[in-house]
Design a protein around this ligand. Structure first.
Ligand code: SR1
Ligand code: MG
Length: 420
C-alpha cells in the first residue's frame, strides 16, 4: 500500500500502480488502473497536481514536493505542509460547506491528497484575463470569507477546541515564514529573490524610500504573526479560485494558518484589483469600460456580502466566549453596535492587507499572470504603477476608503493616471 512506503514523488508513469490499489481512489476513477489517463497539470509554485481519469470518473491528486517547485531543490520545504492543507480542507468543508473540493483520501507520509476534480471549472485568474464574467463571484467569496472568519473564531467555536486547533496549526512553521517574507517584507527592499518590470523602477525606488509605509506594513505583519483570531485560507488569490460561469469554488489552502480575520478578504480583493488594473492590456477598447466596471461590482459585492453574512452569523451563531449573549441580549442590550465596530476594524485591516498583496505580486518573487503576461514591458510597467500606487494609498490611509463608493472612485482615478 502506498501509505506504508517512504515518501516518493509521483509521476505519470508510477501513479496508477501506486494508487490503483487504494479503494477510495480506484472506486472513483474506475476500470483498470493501467488504462487510467493521467496528466500532470500543476502550474502553481509548489506542488505536483495530477488529473486522473478512468471509466467511472476523475479525481485530482495533489502531492507536496520537498522543495519549492518554482525555485528548485535549493529551497527545501517540509512535506508536512500537506497535512495542514488536509486539515484546512476538512475545516473549510464544515465551516463553509460546498466551496472547497471534497477530499476522498489523504496519505500523510506521501504528502498527498486525493480530491474532487472540479469540472468544467477553470482557474479564475484565466477567466479574468480572458474577460469572462462569473455570476455571484463577489457574493460567494465575501460569504466564504465571512463564514471562515466567524466560524473559525471564538465568536463561534468553543474555546478549548479553538485553542487546540491554534496549537495544531502552529506546527506549520515553514509556510507562514514564506508569507512573512515574500508578502510583508521583501517587496519593500531589494531582497535577493525579488524582480520587477525594469521600467517600473522609478516607482519602486520611491515606494522603498517611504519609511512610514514600511513601518505600517511591519505593524500589519505584527498583527499577522501574533493574531490567531481565526483559521485563514492564507493564499486567497485568483489562482486559488476555480469557477464556471455560475459556480465558484476555493482550492489550495496549503497556506492555512490562524491569523487576522481581515487577511483573506484583503487578499481576494487585491487580486480583483490587479485584474482590474491589468485589463487595458487584455481587452479591446470597446469592452474595456464595461468589464472593468464589472470587476468593481465584484469588489463591492465581496465586501457587502462579507458584512451581511458576518452580521447574520453574529445574530444566529454567536456561541463562543466572545461578546457572549449573556453580556448583551440577556441584559436587554443590543450587540449590533459592537458587531458594526468589529466589521469596521476588519474592513480597515482588509484594505491595508489588500495594498500589501498588490505590492508583493509585482515586486517580490511570485508574480501574477494578469501583469506578467503583458509582453510590452512599457505598458506593463504603466499598469503596474497604478496598482502599486493604489496599494500604497490603501496601506497609508485605509480609513478614507472604508466607504465602498470612495474605494471604487480611487481605483478609477488611478486607472486614469499617467504615472510612467
Ligand atoms: C515560494 S511560494 C510563492 C507563493 O506561491 C504561493 O501561491 C503563495 O502565494 C506564495 O507566497
Ligand atoms: Mg496555491
Amino acid at each position: 500500500m502506498a501509505h506504508e512506503q517512504p515518501y516518493q514523488a509521483l509521476d505519470v508513469d508510477t501513479l496508477a500502480q501506486r494508487l490503483g490499489e487504494v479503494e477510495e481512489v480506484a472506486s472513483r476513477v474506475g476500470g483498470n488502473p493501467g488504462q487510467w489517463q493521467i496528466r500532470e497539470v500543476g502550474d502553481g509554485n509548489l506542488n505536483l497536481v495530477f488529473i486522473v481519469s478512468g471509466s467511472v470518473g476523475s479525481v485530482v491528486v495533489k502531492q507536496a514536493l520537498p522543495y519549492v517547485r518554482m525555485v528548485g531543490e535549493s529551497w527545501p520545504l517540509p512535506l508536512y505542509r500537506a497535512h495542514f492543507e488536509y486539515y484546512a480542507l476538512v475545516r473549510q468543508a464544515q465551516r463553509a460547506p460546498g466551496i472547497a473540493p471534497e477530499v476522498f483520501y489523504f496519505d500523510k507520509p506521501q504528502a498527498l491528497i486525493v480530491m474532487e476534480y472540479l469540472y468544467p471549472h477553470t482557474i479564475l485568474r484565466r477567466k479574468l484575463i480572458s474577460g469572462e464574467r462569473v455570476t455571484q463571484l463577489g457574493e460567494t467569496i465575501g460569504e466564504f470569507c465571512a463564514r471562515m472568519a466567524f466560524r473559525g473564531s471564538e465568536l463561534s467555536l468553543n474555546s478549548p477546541e479553538k485553542k487546540a486547533d491554534v496549537g495544531l496549526f502552529s506546527g506549520n512553521v515553514a509556510i507562514p515564514a514564506i508569507t512573512e517574507s515574500l508578502v510583508f517584507t521583501d517587496p519593500y527592499y531589494g531582497a535577493e529573490m525579488n524582480r520587477h518590470t525594469p521600467e517600473l523602477s522609478p516607482v519602486v525606488d520611491e515606494l522603498r524610500r517611504n519609511t512610514r509605509l514600511k513601518a505600517k506594513v511591519q505593524r500589519l505583519l505584527m498583527k499577522f504573526t501574533a493574531n490567531t483570531e481565526t483559521m485563514l485560507h492564507g493564499d486567497l488569490h485568483s489562482g486559488s479560485i476555480m469557477a464556471t460561469e455560475s459556480d465558484v469554488r476555493v482550492i489550495d489552502p496549503e497556506f492555512s494558518q490562524y491569523g487576522p480575520m481581515a487577511f483573506d478578504l484583503g487578499m481576494a480583493v487585491a487580486n480583483f484589483l490587479m485584474a482590474y488594473f491589468s485589463q487595458p492590456a487584455h481587452r479591446q477598447a470597446s469592452e474595456l469600460d464595461e468589464y472593468q466596471a464589472w470587476i468593481l461590482d465584484v469588489i463591492e459585492a465581496c465586501f457587502t456580502h462579507f458584512d451581511a453574512e458576518f452580521r447574520h452569523l453574529w445574530q444566529t451563531e454567536r456561541t463562543g466566549i466572545l461578546f457572549p449573549k449573556a453580556l448583551f441580549e440577556a441584559q436587554g442590550n443590543s450587540a449590533d453596535d459592537a458587531c458594526d465596530a468589529l466589521l469596521e476594524e476588519i474592513r480597515l485591516d482588509a484594505l491595508a492587507y489588500c495594498g500589501i498583496e498588490m505590492h508583493r505580486r509585482v515586486l517580490s518573487l511570485a508574480h501574477n499572470a494578469d501583469f506578467e503576461e503583458i509582453e510590452d514591458t512599457a505598458l506593463r510597467a504603466k499598469l503596474e504603477a497604478r496598482n502599486v500606487l493604489m496599494g500604497q494609498t490603501l496601506i497609508m490611509e485605509p480609513e478614507a476608503y472604508c466607504d465602498l463608493a470612495a474605494l471604487a472612485e480611487l481605483a478609477k482615478t488611478y486607472n486614469q493616471q499617467e504615472v510612467l
